[in-house]
Design a protein around this ligand. Sequence first.
Ligand code: GAP
Length: 460
Amino acid sequence: MPPLTADKTMDKLVSLAKRRGFVFQSSEIYGGLGSVWDYGPLGVELKKNIKERWWRSMVHERQDIEGLDAAILMHPKVWEASGHVSGFTDPLVDCKHCKNRFRADDPRIKGTPGQPDGQCPVCGSKGTLTAPRQFNLMFKTFMGPVEEQAAVIYLRPETAQGIYVNYLNVLQSSRQKIPFGIAQIGKAFRNEITPGNFIFRTREFEQMEMQFFVKPGTENEWFGFWREERMKWVEGLGIRSGKLRWHQHGPDELAHYAKDAYDIQYEFPFGWQEFEGIHNRTDFDLSNHQKHAGKKLDYLDPKTNERFVPYVVETSAGADRTALVVLCDAYREEEVRGHEAAEGEGGGGGGDQRVVLKLKPSLAPLKAAVFPLVNKDGMPELAHRIHDDLRRHFNVFYDDGGSIGRRYRRQDEAGTPFGITIDGQSTQDQTVTVRDRDTLKQDRVAAGKLVEYLTQKLAG
Ligand code: GAP
């Protein structure tokens, strides 16, 4: 079946995400807060599975990377040293007529902002757009009880700086040697001018970042190494490879800290966009912190006795954007054929159509759902016993509401890979049927073998 293609498909995905408890608009009962989203029971599991997979591959499976969880609030001088106070800006233009705000490079703007031919993309007025001015994307807040006297501090716009300022602490306490890396998952905040596309560009989001510290002169080699590693990891999420590509930044796209950068892009329903970046940050950050903090951050190579400030190769992924990639790639609208259609079990919205999230089983929020076929004849008792047994091993769901077809359809939308049905035969011989979400095929499995059966199917 075709993947998401038209604009409408994002609306469908947003609606499914709400219906099934993946993602809700923040503060919805108050009319919502712009471009801030909350993860519901299934969304939090999906994002956690992605983050755990990242942590496992970056920290647990490698001897040369250590984990860190640095605070969101940092000394304000960090952001002067990092260049974010002066350089983390987007060019902003206002329409004096309709009061909307745009990035000056918004492709919908015709003519030149600030000139008579500059045309507002919302109200269509000509000559009402202001000339571009630089707008800093960092959120400010106050530290201390009295606002007027309190220090202005920032909500971090990237997690990376927490790693740089702790680089010596981690190096010394872990007894690592260069080359080595520090990995961190955490929230970041940006006061984006044009957020949007659901959880693609938001004002509060989570990053999964790793900074790899290397000897100057070896950074190109490591830059290549990490590009390959990261693409392998992304493919391991089960994303179709035809939907992935590299994009190298041109000189006008590079962030203020980067000498070279490659994005991994996905073909979203709204076009090709980045969801992870691999950056050669040179010694930009460590050298600047060294200068601003007045503390030496160089490294003494124990083998050669050379001193140097390490270069950094960064891998920076958005947890929310990666979750969006996974959701978009998994979303399918399908015609149901075979016995489920013949039994007229279309359910959940009619006919023989179904909406299904073909999530990689190991990423799926719920691994299996347990269904007593009917609520009598000993089936619920056996189903509860099986559910209790399974949930000690996996996140599983119990559902006895409505026809079995409707129950299957609800779990298809949730992306649950297996449906376990306890039927009349089950109470006789202690076997159950296991329905595969993607093929709709059913296996009959001994109840006592379910843990083993699911463990094998969920591997990878
Ligand atoms: N430390 C480097 C850095 O922050 P970036 O390209 O600005 O680099 C890295 O961001 C990743 O963080 C992006 O690829 C994206 O996945 C995620 N990200 C950035 N801004 C975001 C936003 N406003 N909403 C959601 N995710 C965002």
